[in-house]
Write a protein of this length. Structure first.
Length: 237
């Protein structure tokens, strides 16, 4: 039996989850504001206490590594590394936008979008087929007002590749909310799924990585920010 603790802290709604052989045992979500550093360890403890499991029984820790909130990712990744070191188990890095794209349940093109502040978004582009998500472009930092254009171009490219074969004409967009709907105006053929990345999907992707032998030493676990923090940009001038 493979038991995974998953930690997702890249957005304002964080979560932790425990899975066994791909089945969800327990998940706890929280809107933490500025209290993540104080609430994350108690949430993990609750995950085990309420599920009747022992933390010593887990085989690996899957962590959402970004892109996302600088502070949230630092706290989540540091917690995952510390626990993994203490338990002497491996870690798995999981892309936050990949986990968010898991909300799509139909085959076709999928875009996952996370608010990056400062009129920008973190964007992931995927193709879903036969129940599997495949990345079709690297995760990126994109101006919010260009999301619709990026998606429209993606549809045009896919149509050209199809060479007359039937293709889905809509893109499933996971993430955001009302602000995202406005940004999607240039790409009319979109199905918006308001959602946050979830620890259960971090665990699912982590389990798949274990199956491929893609685990790492906790020392190698690092956040993926895609840009410098505001303080770093200001210091650099």
């Amino acid at each position: 039996m493979t038991s995974i603790l998953a930690i997702e802290t890249a957005t304002e709604q964080s979560s932790v989850a425990l899975t066994e052989d791909g089945s969800l045992v327990f998940e706890l979500s929280m809107r933490h504001g500025r209290d993540l550093s104080r609430n994350l360890i108690p949430a993990i403890q609750s995950c085990f206490n309420l599920s009747g499991r022992r933390i010593q029984s887990i085989d690996a820790i899957a962590a959402s590594v970004g892109p996302g909130s600088f502070t949230g990712l630092r706290i989540g990744v540091t917690t995952a590394k510390t626990l993994a070191f203490a338990l002497q188990i491996p870690t798995i890095s999981v892309s936050t936008v990949h986990a968010l794209a898991m909300h799509a349940s139909e085959d076709g093109l999928v875009a996952s979008v996370i608010d990056a502040r400062r009129s920008e978004v973190f964007l992931g582009l995927f193709s879903r087929g036969a129940g599997e998500l495949k990345r079709i472009a690297p995760d990126s930092l994109t101006p919010a007002d260009q999301i619709g254009t990026v998606i429209r171009d993606m549809l045009a490219s896919r149509a050209a590749e199809a060479k007359g074969e039937p293709t889905r004409t809509a893109v499933i967009v996971a993430g955001g909310g009302a602000w995202l709907q406005e940004s999607l105006t240039p790409a009319a053929n979109c199905i918006l799924i308001p959602a946050f990345p979830q620890a259960r999907d971090i665990a699912r992707l982590g389990a798949a990585a274990i199956g491929r032998g893609e685990v790492e030493d906790p020392f190698e676990l690092c956040p993926v920010y895609l840009r410098r923090s505001y303080a770093e940009e200001k210091f650099a001038g």
